[in-house]
Write a protein that binds this ligand. Structure first.
Ligand code: GLN
Length: 288
C-alpha cells in the first residue's frame, strides 16, 4: 500500500490484494498472487477459494496491519511464507511448521507415495523414519496406513517438539518420536522399512542456495559432510541390523546422488535396488 492516497478505510479487499501482489512482485517474490491469497485467507480467516466472494469488503485496520506486516517480512526479510503462517500442507494435510525444522517439500511426497506402495502387501508394518524433522513422513505413513507402527527419530529437540505437536494435531496415535543420534537409541531390530530424507546438500553447495533457504531454514537439516553423502553411508551400513529379512530401505536424495547411493547400497549388500524420479523427472529417491 505504499504511495497510495486513498484513505485506508475506503480500500476494498480486492484493491488491497492487487496492491499487495504488485508490492511482492516489485520485491522479486515468486508466486506473488498465491502468497497474497494465502496471507489474506490466513489473516481474515476466509477459505482461499472463497476470497473472491468478499472482494468488496473493507478489512479492519487491525487486520490490514497484520497483512502489511506479513507482506513486509516476506518481501524484505525473505522469510518463507510457511514460517510466517506456521503451516505447510503435505500429502493433503496441514502441518505446523516453524524455523526449527525444514519446510516439507513436494518431492518428499513422492518418496512417501513410493514407500506406501511398497508397504501395500505388508500387514501391520513397523517403520523407522530417520531424521523425522516436522514429522511429515512418519505422520503421513501413519495416517495412510493406520495398521502401521512408526518410530520417528531426530537429534534435534526443536524437531521433536514440532513433530509431537503435529502428531497431536493430526491425531496420529500410531507414531512415536524419540530423540536419537542415528540408530543410537533404537532398540528394535525387526523393522519392515527404514525411511529417511536426510540432510543431503554438500557443504560446498550451501552458498548457492537461495536467500529464503539459506537465511531461514536450519542448516543442520540441509547440509551433510562427505559431499552430502554422510547419512547415506551411515544409514546403509547400519540399517541391515535393524531390518527384518526382506525389509526395505528407502531414501530421498539430491538430484545427482542416486547413482552413487546405489553403489553404496550395493556394497553394503542391498538387493532389488531401484531409483525413482520426482515429478520433474529428476532422480529423487532410491529403494532396496
Ligand atoms: N523428514 C523431514 C522432511 O522430509 C525432515 C527432513 C530434513 O530435515 N532433512 O521434511
Amino acid at each position: 500500500s505504499e504511495g497510495t492516497s486513498e484513505k485506508n478505510e475506503d480500500i476494498s479487499m480486492k484493491t488491497l490484494m492487487d496492491q499487495s501482489i504488485k508490492y511482492l512482485e516489485n520485491h522479486q517474490i515468486e508466486e506473488a498472487r498465491l502468497t497474497v491469497e494465502l496471507i489474506f485467507s490466513h489473516v481474515l480467516s476466509i477459505d482461499r477459494m472463497m476470497l473472491f466472494t468478499k472482494y468488496t469488503m473493507q478489512p479492519e485496520e487491525e487486520k490490514k496491519n497484520k497483512i502489511r506486516n506479513l507482506l513486509k517480512l516476506r518481501a524484505k526479510d525473505k522469510i518463507p511464507l510457511q514460517y510466517l503462517l506456521n503451516e505447510e500442507e503435505f500429502y493433503g494435510r496441514p502441518f505446523y511448521i516453524n524455523k526449527g525444522v525444514l519446510i516439507p517439500r513436494n518431492e518428499t511426497e513422492i518418496v512417501v507415495e513410493r514407500a506406501l506402495q511398497e508397504l501395500k502387501d505388508t500387514a501391520a508394518p513397523n517403520i523407522l523414519d530417520i531424521g523425522a524433522g516436522s514429522g511429515v513422513i512418519s505422520i503421513t505413513i501413519a495416517k495412510e496406513k493406520p495398521d502401521s507402527k512408526i518410530l520417528g527419530i531426530d537429534i534435534s529437540d526443536n524437531a521433536l517438539e514440532i513433530a509431537n505437536k503435529n502428531k497431536g494435531l493430526l491425531k496420529a496415535d500410531n507414531v512415536k518420536f524419540l530423540k536419537s543420534n542415528l540408530f543410537q537409541e533404537v532398540n528394535y531390530h525387526s523393522f519392515d522399512m527404514i525411511i529417511s530424507n536426510p540432510p543431503y546438500i554438500p557443504k560446498s553447495e550451501y552458498e548457492t542456495l537461495s536467500d529464503d533457504v539459506r537465511m531461514h531454514e536450519p542448516e543442520e537439516a540441509l547440509t551433510a559432510e562427505n559431499e552430502g553423502l554422510f547419512f547415506y553411508y551411515e544409514i546403509s551400513k547400519n540399517a541391515s541390523d535393524y531390518l527384518k529379512n526382506g525389509g526395505r530401505l528407502i531414501f530421498e536424495c539430491g538430484y545427482n546422488q542416486a547413482e552413487i547411493i546405489e553403489s553404496i547400497m550395493k556394497e553394503t549388500g542391498y538387493k532389488n535396488i531401484e531409483i525413482f524420479k520426482d515429478l520433474n523427472g529428476i532422480n529423487r529417491g532410491i529403494t532396496g
